[in-house]
Design a protein around this ligand. Structure first.
Ligand SMILES: Cc1ncc(COP(=O)(O)O)c(C=O)c1O
Length: 406
């Protein structure tokens, strides 16, 4: 039996990415009991840190234990009762995921779609809201499958005007792109750590507005076995998932500390460190770092003669899609990058599988050296497959971006 041993990969795909070293260090901290006052005070601190990450005053800001889709599932399953209408604008794979989760909750799911590589105009969404009259609008902010970034600024106002709750999945975008939960009037947001926040997957920070909380509180039921005389059952339909029952999870994170799951303490330590990394570097500075790295990668790719995917006006800062040239074996290129250069890049899903590569510049890896190594290695691998390209120009283009010349 050998200790764990992996090659020293540089993870330049669409996530997960290499963690900030401080996150890994924090995650090797010894445990205390889950109700130890030092543990509960760190839980409170994490709530406050993530209020700052989300730019919100929402009291109900905490962690769902599980990967990003655990957060999505908690939000949708707790809010949507069977037959409730939800409107889901889909512009990539993760919009389909929201629809799939809402369907499993037996909601009445209405979708609108734009071609992959595009995003919605707010008017299209308002028109659909007027037609469907949903309880909830659920939309992804940055869909990793297409690399596109949906502007959300105007949607909150539209939702309030039509008395609709507004949820977004910002897993892929948070940290590398702006997200103003209160200013944009978003009622529920869930994310993950494994992209621009620079942590591992396994914790899903969530924030809920008072409107969203009162919606899910209508369905609050305290589990038999921990129920006391003062716990009033609500009249609403019991939430179908015990693990993702938001009122029970809020009571666990709240003053009563009513027992629910056993907090995934090691993930909490990691989540805390991701937030501290972001806030101590400064949100604006981190967004700028992602924009710089993303732009350097984009200019390098263009200079290599490759064609970026989608409407670049709406690209997330932190990931670029690239059309795989017809004469090139895309999987062979990924294989050689991984096995010769120790660099991982991604392909995409569904209609883009095998047609598009995705290169991320996120979190710890939104760095000049990581961008340059990736471009240089991709150029070498492509050249050796027989693809003709201008030697060295990609790295020069990326360096010009970093020098402020492009
Ligand atoms: C936008 C978005 N939402 C949700 C997910 C699902 O995340 P997880 O695999 O952590 O459950 C991902 C993962 O890449 C994502 O990019």
């Amino acid at each position: 039996m050998q200790p764990l041993s992996f090659p020293p990969r540089l993870l330049m795909g669409p996530g997960p990415i290499n963690c900030y070293p401080r996150v890994l260090t924090a995650m090797s901290t010894q445990l205390v009991g889950q109700y130890d006052p030092t543990m509960t005070s760190y839980m409170n601190e994490v709530m406050e840190l993530y209020r700052r990450v989300f730019n919100t005053k929402n009291q109900q800001t905490f962690l769902i234990d599980g990967t990003s889709r655990a957060g999505i599932e908690a939000a949708l399953v707790s809010c949507l009762e069977p037959g409730d209408k939800v409107l889901i604008p889909i512009f990539g794979r993760f919009g389909h995921l929201l629809a799939e989760i809402a369907e499993r909750a037996d909601a009445e799911v209405h979708t609108i779609e734009v071609p992959w590589g595009e995003v919605f105009d707010p008017q299209q969404i308002e028109d659909a809201i007027k037609k469907v009259r949903p309880k909830l609008l659920a939309i992804v902010q940055g869909d990793t499958s297409t690399t596109m970034f949906q502007p959300l600024e105007e949607l909150g106002e539209i939702c309030r005007a039509h008395d609709v709750l507004f949820y977004t999945d910002a897993t892929a975008s948070i940290g590398g792109n702006p997200l103003e939960v209160d200013a944009w009037k978003i009622d529920a947001v869930t994310v993950g750590l494994q992209k621009c926040l620079g942590g591992p997957s396994g914790s899903a920070p969530i924030t809920l507005s008072d409107r969203f909380v009162s919606c899910v509180r209508k369905r609050a039921h305290v589990e038999a076995g921990i129920r006391d005389a003062h716990h009033q059952g609500s009249s609403g339909l019991r939430i179908r998932s015990n693990y993702f029952d938001l009122p029970m999870i809020m009571d666990y994170w709240g003053e009563e500390r009513l027992n629910h799951h056993t907090e995934a303490a090691t993930m909490l330590f990691g989540s805390r460190e991701c937030a501290i990394q972001l806030l101590s570097e400064g949100q604006d500075a981190v967004i700028k770092r992602h924009q710089l790295a993303g732009n350097a990668m984009l200019q390098g790719v263009i200079e290599m003669g490759l064609q970026p995917f989608g409407n670049l006006k709406h690209k997330m800062s932190n990931v670029v899609g690239i059309h795989i040239p017809e004469q090139v074996n895309g999987e062979q290129v990924r294989h050689d990058l991984l096995n010769i250069f120790n660099i991982e890049i991604g392909t995409s899903f569904g209609p883009l599988k095998g047609k598009v590569w995705r290169i991320g510049t996120m979190g710890y890896n939104a760095r000049q050296d990581a961008v340059l190594h990736t471009l240089q290695s991709l150029e070498t691998v492509l050249r050796r497959t027989g693809f003709t390209l201008p030697s060295g120009d990609a790295v020069d283009a990326a360096m010009s971006v970093y020098a402020g010349e492009k």
